[in-house]
Design a protein around this ligand. Structure first.
Ligand code: 5GP
Ligand code: SF4
Ligand code: MG
Length: 457
């Protein structure tokens, strides 16, 4: 998911600015979009299934005035793609409204929910985010700051949160820093919080800093107050943000996503060289790494696959059937580029192997002589519990099959993945800063076995 918020008393068109911010974060989720804005204690919100531009128009945005506002684009990880699960979630509590937007996934949502249900809470959605909202309401008697601290201490997993409460904008990042969250500032001094820094430019904000793992920021008319609610030495930023999820023009925790992908491509070329005529990418996710591969190897870069720009990311489609359909709709081959050529084909990841196999078949049909598949992340062997949609382990081709048989399954002449060390080097962080559990099985916290706890979102 993607989250975006602005605090700016008297700010005109706050919801339009959130709209632009969400548009820049659209790659983080395409199922639903929503905005909540508050002024004078009145919370207005609008959310629906669809892309940001489909959900909002000028007349809706004009009605949503606010001194503070947050927005959300949703990408659901375990089904449940319903309108009721769209965010921000707005709950009314003791004559006031709390709005909440969440990126990430909790691993103890089920048990927390059961506890709350025993105490009489009735849930309306199937999201972890509602659990967080209820905990906030329960803890609220401690006062706002303490309530957020207590809530952040009760939930486990990945969370970057934006909350509107008492007319303030609150941002929280989980103690492992699994999901990114950064702070920007506008010319008029208004603060902006965004999943990714790529959204700042569009609203005229400049990047200030990242919210730290275990930090909450409270923004109101007095400015920005930082509270570190959990201090630990290790951080586990999701390495898949660099591999795939984030936009290349973002900088996360001081590291450029674009540069890390170039570097990954270069390292890949050193680790798995190939003799070939051209280097090609599977667009868009493999494009930057392919460029790096080409630069390092000296093999010319060519665009032999064309992507239909008007479709969403295939894997964000909620089920396998839709996903399979989408591959053909999405990519086509430029025959003149590939015919008779030996091709290095670079992609960011192999997950199920189905998309890759289809693309390879398309290239062979178009007359490619040889295909040397290069992947800018190590084999995905474990499920993610922290908000990226990796399927059940039995469906992960890299978990079930050896390198040699993956090569057979996708039908290529050679196959090479970047090493785990190479990936870390490309990002410029090591094990103490990154999560790479889907490649290694070393989760940054204890995860539920066989998906027992993993019910929501
Ligand atoms: P595959 O060959 O594993 O079916 O698909 C690999 C390609 O699709 C890569 O370009 C990757 O970006 C994307 N992809 C497909 N399915 C998933 C998924 O479930 N999770 C993630 N993270 N990426 C996927
Ligand atoms: Fe990211 Fe993989 Fe860790 Fe999930 S398991 S947070 S996808 S690195
Ligand atoms: Mg892709």
């Amino acid at each position: 998911c993607g989250i975006f918020g602005i605090y700016g008393a008297g700010y005109e068109n706050i919801s339009s600015s959130i709209y632009y911010g969400l548009t820049a974060l659209q790659h983080r989720g395409q199922e639903s979009a929503g905005i909540a804005a508050e002024r004078d204690g009145k919370m207005r919100f609008h959310k629906k299934m669809g892309l940001v531009r489909e959900v909002f128009d000028e007349s809706i945005l004009d009605k949503m005035e606010g001194d503070v506002a947050i927005g959300h684009v949703r990408y659901s990880t375990s089904g449940e793609s319903y309108e009721i699960n769209a965010q921000p979630l707005v709950v009314n509590y003791r004559k006031q409204s709390i709005a909440l937007a969440h990126n990430g996934n909790l691993i103890n949502a089920k048990s927390l929910r059961e506890e709350l249900e025993e105490k009489g809470s009735i849930f309306q959605t199937s999201t972890d985010s509602e659990v967080i909202a209820y905990l906030m309401a329960r803890n609220y008697r401690m006062g706002l700051k303490e309530a957020v601290k207590a809530t952040a201490g009760q939930i486990e997993g990945a969370f970057a949160l934006l909350i509107i409460c008492e007319g303030k904008l609150i941002g929280v990042r989980d103690p492992n820093g699994l999901r990114p969250l950064s702070v920007g500032v506008m010319e008029g001094g208004e603060y902006v919080l965004s999943s990714e820094s790529c959204a700042f430019d569009l609203v005229g904000a400049r990047f200030l800093r990242d919210v730290l793992p275990g930090e909450m920021v409270i923004i109101d008319e007095n400015g920005l107050e930082s509270v570190v609610y959990d201090k630990r030495d290790t951080k586990s930023l999701c390495s898949f943000e660099f591999v795939y999820f984030a936009r290349p023009d973002s900088v996360i925790d001081g590291k450029s996503v674009y540069m890390s992908r170039i570097e990954a491509g270069r390292i890949l070329a050193k680790e798995h060289p190939a003799v070939a005529d051209i280097v090609m990418a599977v667009p868009d996710s493999g494009s930057v790494a392919a460029l790096g591969y080409s630069q390092e190897s000296g093999i010319p870069y060519a665009q032999g696959l064309i992507k239909n720009k008007y479709l969403g990311r295939t894997f964000i489609q909620p089920n396998q059937k839709l996903r399979e359909q989408a591959v053909k709709l999405k990519l086509s081959v430029v025959k003149e580029v590939v015919k008779g050529r030996s091709v290095v084909l670079v992609d960011d990841s192999i997950v199920r192997g189905t998309t890759s196999a289809r693309i390879v078949a398309m290239l062979k049909d178009a007359g490619a002589r040889e295909i040397h598949f290069r992947v800018s992340s190590p084999p995905v062997t474990h499920s993610c519990y922290f908000g990226i949609d990796t399927p059940d382990e039995r469906q992960l081709v890299g978990a079930v099959h050896s390198l040699e048989s993956v090569k057979e399954i996708i039908g290529v002449d050679s196959l090479g993945y970047i090493s785990p060390g190479g990936l870390m080097e490309s990002i410029g962080m090591d094990r103490s800063g990154l999560c790479g559990a889907c490649f290694s099985g070393n989760y940054p916290m204890e995860v539920p076995s066989s998906g027992g706890e993993f019910l929501f979102e």
